[in-house]
Design a binder for this molecule. Structure first.
Ligand code: GDP
Length: 444
C-alpha cells in the first residue's frame, strides 16, 4: 500500500499517545520526535518536516489540546490535520473549460508513467464524468510512445490523434484541438515527449506547445519511487511551465514514497491524482484528508465505498456510509456489496483502506479466493431475513441449518459471523475516533 513504512511507524507512535487522559509537554516532545524521524526516514524533505513538526508542536501544547477532555486523541487530530494540509488540504478538482474542449497537457520525465496516465485519465473522465476525450500523441521522438498510446486507445476504445513522427508536436497539438472541436470531444489530453533528465530542448518544446494550445491544466506526472528526485523534477517543471497539478504514479509500490509528500509544500501545486497500479482503472483522485487518514491507520472508508459504487449513485453511497457509521450495516448490505467486490480491484488494495488494516498482518497480501466468496454468498443467502438483520439470533441449531442450506459447515458459518463482527467493531472504533470519544476508541 501507499506509504506503508511511514504508516507503520506513525501508527505505532501515535498509539502511545492516543489513550492518554493527560498529555504533558514531554509526551508531545517525544511524539513529535518520533513523527519527525518517521517522516525523515520515509524521505520527506527535511525542511518540510521541520516546518510540519513545529506546527504540530505549537498546536499540541496549545489550548485546543491541553484543555480538551481527550488530549491524546486531540493530538492525533492535530497530526492528521497537519498531514492533510501538507498534502494539499482540500481535494482539488480537475478544470472544466466553459469553451470546450478542455485541454490537458501531460508532462514529465521518460518512464514516469505519462503515457499510461494519459490513458488512465481518459478512462476516468469517461467513466466517472461521462466525458469524451481525444488522446493526442505528441512524442514524435519515440515511435514506440506513439504506438503505446494507440494501443491504449484501442484497449479503451477511444480515439487517438497522431500524425506520426515527421510533424512538429506543436502542429500536432494544434490540429488535434481543431479535430476535437469538429468532432465534439470535450477533453483533449496531450501526451508530450519526455527525457531522462530535465533539459532545455524539452522545456522549450513544452513551452511552445503551452503557448500554442493554452491548456486548462498542465499535469506533471511524477514517479513516486524516485525519492527526492521527484521533488527536484517537480520544482524544475513548475518553474519552467507553471504546472497546475501533479499526478503521483506508482504509489502502489513498496518504496518509502515520502518524497511525494513534500511536492505540494515545495511547489505549491496540488497532487491531483495518484496511480495505484499498471491497469487502466488504477488511477484515483487524490484526497489529502483521506490519504492522511490511511497513513494514520484510520482507514479510508469513503474511497472504499466510492470504489464499490462506481456504478451506483451518490445517494446510495451516502446511505451505505451512514449505515457504516451508525452500525446498522447488516448481512443484507454485506451481500449486496459482495456482488460489487469483484469489480472493485485487488483485495489487498481494498483492505489497506480499512481502519487499522495495517496492523492486521494476516490480511496483508491476502489472496482473494473465488470459492470462498461463493461460500460466503451462499451462507448469507441461507440466512432468514431476520437473521441477516440481527446476527445475534443465530444459535447453534440455526447455524446448523444455515450450514446445511449453503453446503458449508458450521465452522465456516462461525468464521463469517466472526469476521462480520470484527468488521463492525472496526467501524465502531473508527466512528468513536471521529467523534473524539474518550476511552478505548482507537486500538491498533
Ligand atoms: P512514460 O515514459 O512517462 O510515458 O511512462 P509509461 O507510461 O510508459 O510508464 C512506464 C512504466 O511504468 C510502465 O511499465 C507502466 O506500466 C508503469 N506504470 C505507470 N504508472 C504506474 C503505476 O501507477 N503503478 C505501477 N506499478 N506502474 C505504473
Amino acid at each position: 500500500m501507499a506509504f506503508e513504512g511511514l504508516a507503520d511507524r506513525l501508527q505505532s507512535t501515535i498509539k502511545k499517545i492516543t489513550g492518554k487522559g493527560k498529555v504533558s509537554e514531554q509526551d508531545v516532545k517525544e511524539m513529535t520526535r518520533e513523527v519527525r524521524l518517521a517522516l525523515l526516514e520515509a524521505d520527506v524533505n527535511f525542511k518540510v518536516v521541520k516546518d510540519l513538526i513545529n506546527r504540530i508542536k505549537e498546536r499540541a501544547v496549545g489550548q485546543e489540546v491541553m484543555e480538551s477532555l481527550t488530549p491524546g486523541q486531540q493530538v492525533i487530530k492535530v497530526v492528521k490535520e497537519e498531514l492533510t494540509d501538507l498534502m494539499g488540504g482540500e481535494q482539488s478538482k480537475i478544470a472544466v473549460s466553459d469553451r470546450p474542449p478542455t485541454v490537458i497537457m501531460m508532462v514529465g520525465l521518460q518512464g514516469a508513467g505519462k503515457t499510461t496516465t494519459t490513458g488512465k485519465l481518459a478512462n476516468l473522465l469517461r467513466k466517472k464524468y461521462n466525458r469524451s476525450p481525444l488522446l493526442v500523441a505528441c512524442d514524435v521522438y519515440r515511435p514506440a510512445a506513439i504506438k503505446q498510446l494507440e494501443t491504449l486507445g484501442e484497449q479503451l476504445d477511444m480515439p487517438v490523434f497522431s500524425l506520426g513522427t515527421e510533424v512538429s508536436p506543436i502542429d500536432i497539438a494544434k490540429q488535434a484541438i481543431d479535430k476535437a472541436k469538429n468532432e465534439h470531444h470535450d477533453y483533449v489530453i496531450i501526451d508530450t515527449a519526455g527525457r531522462l533528465h530535465v533539459d532545455t530542448d524539452l522545456m522549450d518544446e513544452l513551452q511552445q506547445i503551452k503557448s500554442t494550445v493554452v491548456p486548462d491544466e498542465i499535469f506533471l506526472v511524477v514517479d513516486s519511487m524516485t525519492g527526492q528526485d521527484a521533488v527536484n523534477v517537480a520544482e524544475s517543471f513548475n518553474e519552467q511551465l507553471d504546472i497546475s497539478g501533479v499526478v503521483l504514479t506508482k504509489l502502489d509500490g513498496d518504496t518509502r514514497g515520502g518524497a511525494a509528500l513534500s511536492i505540494k509544500a515545495v511547489t505549491g501545486k496540488p497532487i491531483k491524482f495518484a496511480g495505484m497500479g499498471e491497469k487502466l482503472d488504477q488511477l484515483e483522485a487524490f484526497h489529502p484528508e483521506r490519504m492522511a487518514s490511511r497513513i494514520l491507520g484510520m482507514g479510508d472508508v469513503l474511497s472504499l465505498i466510492e470504489k464499490a459504487q462506481t456504478s451506483v449513485n451518490e445517494k446510495q453511497a451516502k446511505e451505505l456510509e451512514e449505515k457504516m457509521r451508525t452500525m446498522s450495516f447488516t448481512f443484507d448490505d454485506f451481500l449486496e456489496q459482495m456482488g460489487q467486490v469483484r469489480k472493485m480491484g485487488p483485495l489487498d488494495e481494498l483492505i489497506s483502506m480499512l481502519p487499522g488494516a495495517n496492523k492486521m498482518k494476516g490480511l496483508k497480501n491476502a489472496q482473494i479466493d473465488e470459492k470462498q466468496i461463493v461460500h460466503v454468498e451462499a451462507i448469507i443467502q441461507s440466512m432468514t431475513k431476520k437473521e441477516r438483520q440481527d446476527p445475534s439470533l443465530m444459535n447453534a441449531s440455526r447455524k446448523k441449518r444455515i450450514a446445511k442450506g449453503s453446503g458449508t459447515n458450521v465452522s465456516q458459518v462461525n468464521r463469517l459471523l466472526k469476521q462480520f463482527d470484527d468488521m463492525k467493531k472496526m467501524m465502531k472504533q473508527m466512528t468513536n475516533m471521529q467523534k473524539g470519544k474518550k476511552g478505548k476508541g482507537m486500538k491498533f
